[in-house]
Design a protein around this ligand. Structure first.
Ligand code: PMT
Length: 404
């Protein structure tokens, strides 16, 4: 398959997020893709074929029983035409039918008849999303090679708040048109175990206040998702973030640096690769107050802080250690401080990013890295975090292979 797929078969299933699929067609076309759309019977209750025909500039298919299109086995022609199949929104019902291998309408039949990679952008109520049946069906599809895009957390059409909102069309288009996983990286990394930390840690001051930082988890979650695509078994130890776990990734939710350390220590012996993207609090209050700290007249408050364990340095100091990758978040002298951390913490590789600037680093969609290892360096230019994750994992695979 081409590195940059151009022919996208967009399947739209029945859910309120179907209206966003119209915008998705535009986003895909803006990126140079040719888009053919298939609507399920239930999707047609929310949107019309005419909308998608106008936006895609292609005829829209809605039924397997279209005698004109099927005179020349149209569904097989369409299945062969597609370089990628993208289903957005993917409803719980459609996901279940795909997991069972059903072929009871045009879209499910196409998914069985195509050799193109399948991408799913789920959208549903948060309780449905968390249901064990939905998660098990997705695991089945991921194990067969499907890529799951999202969902996001946030307000939902049903009035509830939580995970289940479809990704925004621009993000779906970017992910669905992303290059195929790097085969050279997959050859090295597939089947290996990745242990990864991500997000912030928070250190409680009292039952209502904490010390935290601006890490959103996006960099770490992008690496987890890409590593899973490369065939790695991924365990993600995550501080509190507003991101759902990437499909196929085991997530261990923690809060404080000490909890993160305990989760890492308990799992590191099976890891081939350890990547620390988490922004771990260097200090915690010596004692968290059991009750809410009250104002005391007009005086200030002095907090006594003690140092947290350095999780990354501890992993690197183990006798039997995985390949160890650290991150460095710096506001100035990025390379000098990163080199110091590489040597002092005895890392195999460090990825340094400048933080404190608008648009990259903490809580941003994009990042740029200077990657350093003993005797070498490489720049990864500014790009969205998914692309940065791809390039970083390709580089890690090269360094892992070059290791004596
Ligand atoms: O989460 P995002 O919003 O996407 O932002 C991404 C990011 C900017 C947080 C990420 O790219 C990043 O730079 N992560 C490292 C942040 C950091 O804490 O850097 P540091 O220079 O303070 O720490 C150096 C390394 O030691 C890091 O790998 C860190 O995970 C690790 N560390 C630090 C302290 C500690 N007690 N334990 C650790 O393991």
């Amino acid at each position: 398959m081409n590195d940059t797929p151009q022919r996208i078969l967009l399947g739209v299933s029945g859910g309120i997020a179907a209206y966003k699929a119209a915008d998705l067609v535009r986003r895909l076309r803006e990126r140079g893709a040719q888009v053919r759309v298939v609507l399920t019977e239930n999707a047609e209750r929310f949107v019309t074929a005419l909308t998608f025909q106008a936006l895609s500039g292609e005829p829209v298919r809605t039924s397997l029983w279209d005698s004109a299109a099927e005179a020349s086995m149209g569904h097989i022609e369409l299945a062969r035409w597609a370089q990628r199949v993208l289903i957005a929104p993917a409803s719980a019902d459609l996901i279940a039918r795909l997991a069972q291998g059903q072929a009871d309408d045009l879209l499910t039949t196409l998914c069985l008849a195509t050799e193109a990679p399948l991408f799913l952008a789920p959208a549903m109520n948060r309780v449905m999303w968390e249901h064990a049946a939905v998660q098990a069906n997705l695991d089945t599809l991921v194990a067969r090679g499907a890529t799951v895009l999202g969902p996001d957390e946030g307000g939902q059409a049903c009035g509830e708040t939580g995970a289940g909102r479809m990704w925004e069309p621009a993000a779906i288009a970017a992910a669905a048109l992303a290059p195929a996983p790097d085969p050279a990286a997959a050859a090295v990394l597939a089947g290996r175990n990745l242990l990864l930390t991500a997000g912030p840690t928070v250190e409680d001051l009292d039952p209502v206040r904490y010390l935290g930082n601006r890490s959103s988890g996006r960099m770490g979650y992008a690496i987890a998702a890409e590593a899973q695509r490369l065939g790695m078994r991924v365990t993600l130890v995550s501080g509190p973030v507003n991101l759902p776990a990437p499909a196929g990734v085991e997530r261990i939710a923690v809060r404080s640096a000490e909890q993160m350390r305990e989760a890492v220590t308990g799992r590191v012996s099976g890891a081939d690769l350890f990547i620390a993207t988490a922004a771990v609090a260097d200090f915690r209050p010596r004692q968290a107050s059991r009750d809410k700290i009250k104002k005391r007249g007009d005086g200030g408050l002095v907090l006594e802080l003690v140092q947290n364990p350095d999780i990354l340095a501890e992993v690197a100091a183990r006798q039997e250690r995985p390949f160890v990758v650290g991150f460095a978040a710096e506001t100035c002298d990025v390379e000098r401080y990163a080199l110091d951390k590489l040597e002092r913490k005895r890392l195999d590789l460090i990825a340094a990013n400048r933080v404190g600037e608008e648009g990259t680093g903490f809580d941003a969609d994009a990042n740029a890295l200077t990657v350093l290892w003993p005797g070498g360096r490489q720049e990864i230019g500014r790009a969205d975090k998914a692309q940065v994750a791809r390039e970083l994992l390709s580089l890690i695979a090269q360094r892992l292979q070059a290791r004596p």
